[in-house]
Design a protein around this ligand. Structure first.
Ligand SMILES: [Zn+2]
Length: 421
């Protein structure tokens, strides 16, 4: 059954959005953060707007013009490649933001969708070295009208610094078997320190250390490759962590955290997967957004499918991911049990944003309680961090050797090993 009124309503709503965007938009917040490879400026807006971004030399500047836009939020202080920021309302109603930069840069521009009550965000990345930038023609890229509700990357931009594999999973042939991609997510970071222990150990430092050790181990495994959602002490929004993993078409997502409670008593590891309640609400969101999102779900576009077919496809994909998550999480929990005590004997289910990819098996590992003095000490100990990384690796490897996706090197290695036995 078709719903012509639905299409009409969507078109009318998009037209109204476009009108609203051209009539009025406000910058309600600005954040500047520097990382080793880039400096990132994030503008929080009430609505998407056309943007014009260009560079000037002598002295080097980056100019951002936003039509019919006002500035409500404050300008951040200079950081990283940006010495100073200025803003002014121009006579034509444009808001002009000028960044005084240390050296010539080629900015990269991305729009991030409105999400969880927050408005759309315009992300401007200034790569640390000129050679890192590839795009130059970024003037006047008006985001698609759908940017209000869907992730829309400006065409010439690369929103993340991780390199995305070009081949799709299904395209891998026998002779070119692909590596499994494991996205490792170090919880918290930057302005979000996470929990902290009585001696001052910060969760964000522990999670990063373990994530890096886990990456080394996964990269050393034949047929596996790890990518980190953050590789330094900086803030990455939860939605962007999920987005990065999906862009990379990761085969698994593992988020590393440390648990915390008021009193010092509780101890042990827990492993979580997404609750079915949250999965249901995420499915509804994906279905509602599918007219706008160019997103593939499990390699399939839902955009051109009927409501019924789309919901069946999504249901199948999500169901498969959730049972895979559960099985992989049990393998990891079993390994954690070998190196320390377990807080919850079973895999737990909860509503964590980072676990919401509909097509990537995902788990969150609460490695230990940072609020328990003995566990805090162990969490800060590189030897124990390595033990945790080993346990997670073994769990993930066990899972993939019992469930190897076709076309992967691990599937081939498994056959070779079976033939040898
Ligand atoms: Zn945490």
């Amino acid at each position: 059954m078709r719903f012509p009124w639905f299409k009409f309503t969507v078109a009318a709503m998009l037209a109204m959005n476009a009108w609203a965007a051209s009539a009025l938009s406000s910058v309600t917040g600005m954040r500047l953060a520097s990382q080793p490879e880039k400096t990132r400026l994030v503008l929080e807006l009430t609505a998407t707007t056309a943007q014009k971004i260009f560079t000037l030399t002598n002295p080097a500047r980056v100019v951002i013009d936003l039509p019919a836009t006002s500035l409500v939020g404050k300008l951040p202080a200079g950081e990283g490649l940006v010495n100073n920021l200025r803003a002014a309302k121009r006579e034509n109603g444009d808001l002009r933001i000028v960044l005084d930069v240390r050296s010539e840069v080629t900015p990269r521009v991305t729009w991030l969708a409105a999400e969880n009550g927050a408005g759309p965000r315009l992300v401007i990345d200034l790569p640390a070295s000129k050679s890192a930038a590839s795009s130059t023609s970024i003037d006047n890229q008006k985001p698609a009208p759908a940017a209000e509700t869907s992730p829309v990357a400006a065409p010439a931009s690369v929103p993340v610094t991780l390199s995305a594999p070009q081949a799709t999973k299904s395209a891998a042939s026998q002779s070119h078997a692909r590596d499994l991609i494991i996205a490792i997510d170090a919880g918290h970071g930057g302005e979000d320190p996470g929990a902290s222990g009585h001696r001052g150990t910060k969760e964000k430092d522990v999670t990063l250390a373990i994530a890096q050790l886990l990456k080394e181990r996964i990269d050393a495994e034949p047929g596996m490759r790890a990518v980190l959602t953050r590789d330094g002490d900086y803030f990455v929004p939860l939605g962007e962590r999920v987005h990065r993993a999906r862009q990379l078409q990761a085969d698994m997502f593992v988020s590393i955290h440390a648990d915390a409670v008021e009193n010092a008593g509780p101890s042990g590891s827990s492993v979580y997967t997404l609750s079915s309640k949250r999965a249901t609400s995420e499915a509804a969101r994906y279905l509602a957004d599918r007219e706008n999102a160019a997103d593939l779900i499990g390699g399939v576009s839902l955009e051109d499918k009927s409501n019924v077919l789309a919901s069946v496809l999504l249901d199948l994909t999500q169901g498969a991911s959730m049972s895979a998550s559960m099985e992989a999480a049990s393998h990891v929990l079993e390994q954690l049990d070998h190196i320390g005590n377990i807080h919850h004997q079973q895999v737990q289910q909860a509503s964590f944003k980072v676990l919401t990819s509909p097509d990537i098996p995902s788990m969150l590992v609460e490695t230990a309680f940072i609020t328990n003095p003995a566990e805090e000490q162990r969490l800060a100990d590189p030897l124990h961090q390595a033990r945790i990384a080993d346990a997670v690796l073994t769990g993930v490897r066990d899972y993939f050797y019992s469930n190897s996706p076709p076309g992967t090197r691990v599937a081939q290695l498994k056959l070779t090993r079976q033939a040898r036995n």
